[in-house]
Design a protein around this ligand. Structure first.
Ligand SMILES: CC(C)(COP(=O)(O)OP(=O)(O)OC[C@H]1O[C@@H](n2cnc3c(N)ncnc32)[C@H](O)[C@@H]1OP(=O)(O)O)[C@@H](O)C(=O)NCCC(=O)NCCS
Length: 189
C-alpha cells in the first residue's frame, strides 16, 4: 500500500528550502522544445553518476514519457521526470531531476506524484526505480528489493530490449558500473 501523498498539483505544504518557491511551479507534460532544458538538468547529475546519461536523440524519442516542472514566472523548466513502461504490470520512474537551486522545495514530490498517477492511468500495478534517494522514494511507499522482480519468462523477454534502463533493471554485467551504490526499489500501487 502506497504512503499517503499530496496531489501533484498540491503545493500547499510548507517547504524546507526557504530560497525556493514550489508554489510558483506547474507540472505539465513535456514538449519537444523542453529537451534542451532536460539535458541541462541531466548535466547537473550525470557526472556524479547519479543519473544515467541520455543523448538528445534518446530524449526526443522518449519525450512522451516525460513530465516537467515549469516556473510560472518565466516558464523556465526546473525539473523533469519520466515513466517508462517495461511490461504489462511494470513501469520505471527514471530521469527524475530537480534543479539544484530548487531542491527541497517539494517539486520532486510533485513530479513523482504525477508519474505515479500516470502509472495508475496506464494500468500499471508496480513501479520500479533505481536510486540513491531511498528516503525520498520511501515516502511514496517504495521499498528496497534485492532481486529483479519478474519471473524467468518475462526476464527473457526483457532481454530483447535495447533500452539501457531495462538493462540496468535486469542487472546485466555490462551496465553494472552505472548502477554501483544505487538501491533497487519497488512500489505496489
Ligand atoms: C530526488 C530529487 C528529484 C528530489 O527533488 P526535490 O525537489 O529536492 O524533492 P522535494 O523537495 O520534493 O523533497 C525533498 C525533501 O524535502 C522535503 N520537503 C520539502 N518541501 C516539501 C513539501 N512541500 N512537501 C513535501 N515534502 C517537502 C521532503 O520531506 C523531502 O524529504 P526527504 O528527502 O526526506 O523525502 C532531487 O534531489 C534530485 O534531482 N536528485 C538527483 C537526481 C536523482 O537522484 N533522481 C532520483 C532517481 S531517478
Amino acid at each position: 500500500m502506497a504512503a499517503e501523498h499530496p496531489n501533484p498539483q498540491d503545493d500547499s505544504l510548507p517547504h524546507r528550502n526557504p530560497g525556493a518557491n514550489a508554489k510558483a511551479v506547474t507540472i505539465r507534460r513535456a514538449r519537444t522544445g523542453d529537451v534542451a532544458a532536460v539535458r541541462r538538468l541531466l548535466d547537473q547529475y550525470v557526472h556524479e553518476r547519479i543519473l544515467l546519461d541520455k543523448a538528445p536523440v534518446t530524449l526526443y524519442e522518449d519525450i512522451q514519457e516525460f513530465w516537467v516542472a515549469e516556473r510560472v514566472e518565466d516558464r523556465a523548466v526546473l525539473g523533469c521526470g519520466a515513466l517508462h513502461v517495461m511490461w504489462e504490470d511494470l513501469a520505471e520512474v527514471r530521469t527524475l531531476a530537480v534543479d539544484r537551486e530548487l531542491k527541497g522545495a517539494g517539486v520532486g514530490h510533485r513530479l513523482l506524484a504525477q508519474l505515479l498517477e500516470t502509472a495508475r492511468e496506464l494500468g500499471v500495478s508496480r513501479v520500479f526505480c533505481l536510486t540513491f534517494e531511498v528516503g525520498f522514494f520511501a515516502q511514496h511507499g517504495f521499498v528496497e528489493i534485492g532481486e529483479t522482480p519478474v519471473d524467468t519468462d518475462v526476464y527473457s523477454e526483457l532481454l530483447r530490449s535495447y533500452d539501457e534502463g531495462v538493462a540496468e533493471f535486469l542487472g546485466l554485467e555490462r551496465v553494472k558500473p552505472n548502477t554501483l551504490g544505487n538501491s533497487r526499489m519497488l512500489l505496489h500501487l
